[in-house]
Design a protein. Structure first.
Length: 174
C-alpha cells in the first residue's frame, strides 16, 4: 500500500502517455504502470476522444490515484496537433476532477527542471532520469510513456511542498 498514488499523463490524440506511480516518500517511488494509449489517426475525432475517455476512466478506476498530474498544453506550430492535444487534455482534466483527484498541471520546463535538474533537458536525458529514479531495467518506450512518468515524478517531488504550504496557510487563517 502506498501513501499516495499519482497518475501522470502526457496528453496526445494519437499517443497519450500515462504512468501510475506509488509513493511513500519522495525517495520511495515505484512504477505501478507505464504505457501509451493509442488511437488510430484514420478514426473519427469523436471516436478517438471517446477511446481516450474510456481508457483514462479505466486507469482512474483501476488505480484510484490521489492525484493526476498532466503536462500543460502550450501553443504549437501545428494548430491541428495543438487542438488534439488540448482536447485529450480536457478529457483527462475533467475525468480526474470528477473522480475527486487532486489535479496539477506542469509546464514542460518545470518537468524537465524537476526531473533532470535542467529545463532544457532532451527527451533522452529525461528518459534516462526516469529509468534511474524509478529503478527500471530500461527507459520506458515510446517517449510519451517516459514523459508521463516524468510528469508524475515532478508531481511527487513538488506535491509535499504544496501540501506543507497549504497546511501553513490553513493554520494562519484560524
Amino acid at each position: 500500500m502506498f501513501a499516495q498514488v499519482v497518475l501522470g499523463v502526457d496528453p496526445g490524440l494519437t499517443r497519450c502517455g500515462y504512468a501510475v506511480l506509488g509513493m511513500n516518500s519522495s525517495q520511495d517511488i515505484k512504477a505501478l504502470a507505464i504505457g501509451v494509449l493509442r488511437t488510430p489517426p484514420s478514426a473519427a475525432l469523436h471516436d478517438r476522444l471517446a477511446e481516450i475517455h474510456r481508457e483514462v476512466e479505466g486507469l482512474l478506476s483501476d488505480f484510484k490515484p490521489h492525484a493526476v498530474a498532466i503536462e500543460q498544453v502550450f501553443f504549437q506550430n501545428n494548430v491541428r496537433t495543438a487542438m488534439g492535444v488540448g482536447q485529450a487534455s480536457g478529457i483527462v482534466l475533467a475525468l480526474a476532477a470528477r473522480a475527486g483527484c487532486d489535479v496539477a498541471q506542469y509546464t514542460p520546463s518545470q518537468v524537465k527542471n524537476t526531473v533532470a535538474g535542467w529545463g532544457g533537458a532532451t527527451k533522452e536525458q529525461i528518459g534516462l532520469m526516469v529509468q534511474q529514479r524509478l529503478r527500471l531495467e530500461a527507459v520506458p518506450q515510446p517517449a510519451d510513456a517516459a514523459d508521463a512518468a516524468a510528469i508524475a515524478l515532478c508531481h511527487c517531488s513538488i506535491a509535499p511542498f504544496i501540501a506543507s504550504r497549504d497546511a501553513a496557510i490553513a493554520r494562519s487563517i484560524r
